[in-house]
Design a protein around this ligand. Structure first.
Ligand SMILES: Cc1cc2nc3c(=O)[nH]c(=O)nc-3n(C[C@H](O)[C@H](O)[C@H](O)COP(=O)(O)OP(=O)(O)OC[C@H]3O[C@@H](n4cnc5c(N)ncnc54)[C@H](O)[C@@H]3O)c2cc1C
Length: 488
């Protein structure tokens, strides 16, 4: 039996997306009655947990996939890189204003300056990187980027990666404004404030049914052996990889034809202080043939709970779970008449990706070490241990009767704006603020114009094109750097 409830919005999932949306909404309308339902026994235990992701503040400072080469060998377009960077600035501005207002504590606990670098090998890639640098060096949001193909200079930037390296041509770009972010800590701090602000955060509550009722939505499930059922006029499904199945359960037509392509991830990690001392950067490189963009290898400095380590990976893999704590039946049970063809067409069209993922799973420890040695030629297996990170659920989007594999995020919203959910995982937590502003706009379209001044208090560059105004870009970077104790 449905228990009457007077929540204004039910949010499913205790990750960074839900936390961000709830904090935004509580600032825009403190009277809103919100409840968060999380199936695990705490929040931030899935992809948003620090160990389950790479902690990169994705601002397109170092990731080649946000700036593909120009097919004619010209200067590659910076448009996508600028757009990603600007979205990350919105996250920086949001966190900075929350630190200033005391909602978030001690920025050193969740964000650190760490140079972002792109490292490439071979003349073809060196040439591409140089043209990429030419395209970005004068963009206001990419201020301070340097390029070098001088091995001595590179050895001063990334000694660990140059030690024992042969004579192959190499080059890198480096930019100091890069960041390492503990998204789990961000999530935990946001939830701590939400609880203080009267938002109910119910853990060990697994939602299994989302049904339309006359007053809105009835959201039901189990907590332990007990059933629960809540209702509200609006619902947000921020259930990570399980968003697909809950949106399918809601039967909104907008989810028809969608599917999810799960990609698992493992990292090699070391806490050897000698190695850590010789590598202080997040270094992204070129992708292997067939590799998906989010599997571009990188060697990263990570700071989690005050401890520094180095991470190398990800080693992607194929398994049918949509969440790390999900089920091997996730993929088979997500198949519907409307998404069979999208699933099949994506598998056929992306056969090189499927082969790549299978090969990655089958990689022996020795082969994983060989991949690491492309970054750290002197690496020894004794220093590195392999661990499982989170599960990425990439979007399969219907395209006619077939489907296409997307590497971004997709907000699905019913036509009446009463239920929205989030599919996809890239660029991920870095752009949580932009994506959740989009969700807020879809769920509360009628309030948006009156909320704009309050949104600008939290995110001053909201609606502005930062990169086209050098003064504004500099001001935003400086202000957020000061509040978040980052390098300006
Ligand atoms: C290997 C890897 C590396 C990554 N690296 C980066 C990176 O460097 N930078 C970056 O910005 N992003 C990165 N990401 C992406 C980023 O981690 C995600 O985009 C982000 O954490 C997603 O947040 P979320 O809140 O949507 O999902 P999650 O953190 O997964 O939270 C979803 C929550 O919903 C809960 N839930 C699910 N179903 C139900 C249900 N039925 N009832 C109740 N609760 C439910 C889950 O238990 C979970 O707690 C990475 C991801 C992976 C996997």
């Amino acid at each position: 039996m449905s228990k009457p409830s007077d929540y204004d919005l039910i949010l499913v999932g205790g990750g960074i997306m839900t936390a961000t949306l709830a904090v935004l909404l509580k600032h825009l309308d403190p009277e809103l009655k919100l409840v968060v339902l999380e199936r695990l026994d705490d929040v931030a235990l899935e992809s948003s947990n620090a160990w389950n992701n790479a902690g990169t503040g994705h601002a397109a400072l170092c990731e080649l996939n946000y700036m593909p080469d120009d097919p004619n060998g010209g200067i590659p377009s910076a448009a996508m890189a600028i757009s990603i960077n600007q979205q990350f600035q919105e996250s920086r501005e949001f966190w900075a204003s929350l630190v200033e207002s005391g909602v978030m504590q001690n920025p050193d606990s969740f964000i650190h300056s760490i140079p972002h670098m792109t490292f490439v090998r071979g003349s073809k890639y060196v040439d591409y990187l140089k043209r990429r640098f030419e395209s970005l060096r004068n963009q206001p949001l990419f201020f301070g980027m340097e390029f070098s193909d001088d091995p001595k200079k590179l050895a001063s930037w990334i000694p660990l990666m140059l030690e024992g390296r042969g004579s192959e041509r190499v080059a890198a770009t480096r930019i100091e404004q890069g960041t390492d972010v503990d998204y789990g800590e961000v999530t935990n701090q946001l939830f701590a404030w939400l609880k203080q602000s009267g938002v109910e955060v119910l853990t060990s509550h697994e939602v299994s049914s989302v049904r339309k009722i006359s007053s809105g939505w009835q959201v039901s499930g189990r907590t332990g052996d007990t059933k629960f059922s809540l209702s509200s006029p609006k619902v947000f499904i921020g259930a990570g990889g399980w968003a697909l199945k809950l949106l399918q359960n809601s039967r909104i037509p907008e989810i028809k034809g969608y599917g999810t392509f799960p990609v698992s991830g493992h990292f090699l990690k070391t806490e050897n202080p000698e190695l850590i001392a010789k590598h202080q950067a997040k270094v992204y490189s070129q992708a292997a043939v067939g590799a998906p963009p989010m599997s571009v290898p990188h060697l990263d400095t990570r700071v989690i709970a005050g401890r520094t380590s180095l991470l190398f990976g990800p080693f992607a893999g194929l398994n049918f779970k949509f969440l790390k704590h999900g089920s091997l039946f996730d993929l088979p049970l997500s198949i519907r008449p409307a998404n069979i063809l999208p699933y099949l067409s994506v598998a056929i069209k992306n056969f090189s990706l499927v082969i790549y993922l299978v090969k990655e799973i089958l990689k022996s420890p020795r082969e994983k070490l060989e991949s690491l040695r492309e970054f750290v030629p002197t690496a020894s297996s004794a220093d590195w241990e392999l661990y499982e990170a989170g599960q990425r659920a990439q979007v399969i989007k219907p395209a006619g009767v077939l489907g296409s594999l997307q590497f971004g995020t997709e907000v699905i919203c019913s036509a009446d704006g009463s239920i929205a959910g989030l599919l996809g995982a890239s660029p991920g937590a870095s752009v949580a603020v932009r994506v959740m502003l989009d969700v807020a706009a879809r769920l509360y379209e009628e309030n948006l114009s009156s909320w704009e001044p309050a949104i600008r208090n939290l995110v001053p560059s909201y609606g502005l094109d930062l990169n086209s105004n050098a003064d504004l870009a500099e001001k935003s970077l400086r202000k957020t750097a000061a509040a978040l104790k980052l390098k300006a």
